[in-house]
Design a protein around this ligand. Structure first.
Ligand code: VGL
Ligand code: ZN
Length: 192
């Protein structure tokens, strides 16, 4: 379950259209899985993906962050704030592990497995293997960012990976971004 946090649902700083709908879906389907992991975007207040940290960079704009292409986001999911908390209506007792990502201010981390430069692992793949997991299903927010990169890393780590599309909503900064993400995942061997 990717980033089911207050800032990504209605009223949040980086609200994904209809984002709250996937929380109810998560609650409905959770019991069908042997192991449930939640990711949590968890940024320091001066995270360099925030447009507010750069002169002349506006929200939604592309820029280079330490050599990597980066979208400028509104301040969101700041550690220890309400916006970073998991949505309160999410059933949390079934969750075995919470993976926090995006904690290094100098690099973004869309995936639950690696940062965007694929330099540091969160330990999620190792955790899943230690539990005997060989199949992974991915849902959450947002389809075209954190869900996309989490599912791509899952399949590239050798897990048989399924995108639960009904349980995802996207940002769609550009029209067609969600469809492109789905196509990319299919090409990579993710079942949709
Ligand atoms: C996300 C943009 C910035 C996401 C996180 O959860 O998809 N998107 N940080
Ligand atoms: Zn973020």
């Amino acid at each position: 379950m990717v980033d089911l946090q207050n800032d990504f649902v209605e009223g949040g700083a980086l609200a994904v259209p209809d984002g709250m709908a996937v929380v109810a879906i998560a609650n409905q389907i959770m019991a069908n899985f042997d192991l449930v992991v939640a990711t949590q975007d968890w940024h320091p207040a001066d995270h360099q993906s925030f447009a507010s940290q750069h002169l002349g960079v506006s929200i939604g704009q592309q820029f280079l962050l330490n050599g990597l292409p980066q979208t400028a986001w509104p301040d969101h999911c700041i550690q220890e704030t309400f916006g970073a908390e998991l949505v309160a209506s999410l059933e949390t007792h079934g969750i075995s592990k919470i993976v926090r990502k995006g904690t290094d201010k100098s690099i973004d981390s869309y995936s639950g497995f690696y940062d965007n430069g694929h330099q540091k692992s969160t330990g999620l793949a190792e955790f899943l293997r230690s539990k005997g997991v060989d199949q992974v299903a991915v849902m959450g927010l947002a389809t075209d960012y954190c869900v996309r990169f989490t599912a791509l890393d899952a399949v590239n780590e050798g897990f048989e990976t399924t995108l639960l599309l009904d349980g995802c909503r996207g940002v769609e900064l550009q029209p067609g971004d969600i469809a492109k993400a789905i196509e990319e995942l299919k090409q990579a061997g993710v079942k949709v």
